[in-house]
Ligand binder design. Structure first.
Ligand SMILES: Nc1ncnc2c1ncn2[C@@H]1O[C@H](COP(=O)(O)OP(=O)(O)OP(=O)(O)O)[C@@H](O)[C@H]1O
Ligand SMILES: [Mg+2]
Length: 395
């Protein structure tokens, strides 16, 4: 047995730097996001003279929102330091920290990893934050990533306090600047008093990547992560083609990574289109499986109803009314009693919060408060197949 292990460890890989294929890895350069980087620099330049700024970055999944913010902030605080200005950069993922105190705790833990996670009110934590910044004579550039999760769960009171920090703490100027990030348009979730601190011009809307843009992004990753001449041009083109359906760079990079692993597994020294095709078949389930297992039965049944309805309709959206009917039928198929309307609504909100679906209010031409549901990240057929497996295995 030990031979197997030894063999595997010794066997060579076409991947030279696995870390560069990691989800959290941010390359030095971000192809096709240069304009946005320059735009951010132009706006936040005013921090050098202690004038705070707030920016909102929005765009669909995998369009580089997080990567752009990380690359900008890291470079910016370095450049500011050279000019003698101290800026601390803290990046909070609000899906993981979706209450005011959890988010704030994340910030305080950055300054003091031993700051206790209990026993302080939000107001007290803001006081501590003020002291930390004074002690360092620093400003704070705070990124609230996936901020819709925080807004949905806790409203905009934390963002209000942060944008009014100077008034509340009797300071001359606000030492805190924000970057809010979301796939969804969060301005409608902000109260007017908070909204007024965001300039309409301080919005960056990222678009889905085109096929050619994805090609450049994958090509860059190949150079960063693979040994020279181990990835064929056609493979890069095929990855770009496949991923262009979603315009999602994360999906493209995951395909590249998986295809690399396949090539290794087969002891091939060149990554070829056949490896890409094999990887494609593998990628969806991996993205969604663990997320699906976090859902309870009725949340799953609701999501299943949406996937089935979308699969049948060939349309981009289904209405909540249609889904509720399909949900009731699906429940019966699985021997479950359909839950009441309000519970069904909660399930929809839950799976929206988990990032599976988008819900938007319908435009003109539809009656009442109809809401439209879409499935942005995954083909309906793939999703319904996955859920079916889970539901059947728990029967
Ligand atoms: N322009 C780019 N150049 C190189 N890599 C990129 C670029 N844009 C995105 N990536 C890479 O693609 C992956 C997804 O990007 P990122 O995490 O920034 O997407 P996102 O818009 O934040 O998505 P989500 O809405 O799911 O959070 C990351 O690994 C990131 O490094
Ligand atoms: Mg992100």
């Amino acid at each position: 047995m030990s031979d197997i292990v030894e063999d595997e460890i010794a066997s060579s890989s076409i991947i030279s730097n696995l870390q560069a294929l990691d989800f959290d890895y941010v390359p030095e350069e971000l192809p096709h996001r240069e304009d946005q980087l320059r735009f951010l620099a132009r706006i936040y330049k005013s921090l050098l003279s202690k004038n705070p700024q707030n920016v909102f970055i929005k765009g669909p999944v995998g369009t580089g929102k997080t990567a752009l913010a990380k690359r900008f902030c890291t470079s910016f605080i370095k450049a500011a330091r050279k000019k003698g200005v101290f800026i601390e950069y803290v990046h909070i993922n609000c899906r993981k920290r979706s209450t005011d105190s959890l988010a704030l705790l994340g910030v305080l833990n950055y300054f003091d990893p031993r700051f206790p996670d209990r026993g302080f009110s939000v107001q007290e934590m803001l006081q501590v934050l003020k002291k930390q910044l004074e002690k360092r004579d620093a400003q704070l550039l705070l990124v609230l990533d996936e901020v819709d999760a925080l807004l949905r769960k806790s409203g905009s009171s934390l963002i209000y306090s942060l944008t009014r920090f100077a008034d509340e703490e009797a300071l001359k100027s606000n030492p805190i600047s924000l970057i809010l990030i979301s796939q969804h348009d969060v301005f409608q979730m902000l109260e007017p008093s908070v909204l007024s601190t965001f300039k309409r011009t301080n919005i960056i809307a990222l678009n889905k990547y085109t096929r050619d843009e994805l090609y450049d992004i994958v090509k860059q990753r190949v150079n960063l992560a693979f040994h020279r001449n181990t990835v064929s041009e056609e493979s890069i083109a095929l990855i770009a083609d496949i991923a262009s359906e979603w315009g999602d760079a994360r999906f493209a990079i995951e395909l590249l990574w998986k295809a690399g692993l396949y090539a290794d597994k087969q002891r091939d020294y060149k990554l070829l289109p056949e490896h890409v095709r094999a990887a494609k078949a593998d990628v969806y389930p991996i993205i969604t499986e663990s997320k699906l297992l976090n859902l309870d039965k009725h949340q799953l049944l609701t999501l299943y109803a949406i996937a089935k309805k979308l699969q049948k309709s060939d349309l981009a959206y289904v209405t909540t009314g249609e889904v509720e009917k399909t949900y009731a039928i699906t429940c019966e198929e699985y021997g479950e009693k359909p839950r009441a309307h309000t519970m069904f609504w909660n399930y929809l909100k839950d799976i929206e919060n988990a990032g599976f679906i988008n819900i938007k209010i319908s435009g003109r031409g539809q009656t009442g408060t109809t809401q439209l549901i879409s499935l942005p990240d995954i083909p309906a057929s793939v999703l319904s197949e996955r859920i079916e497996k889970i539901l059947n295995s728990s029967k």
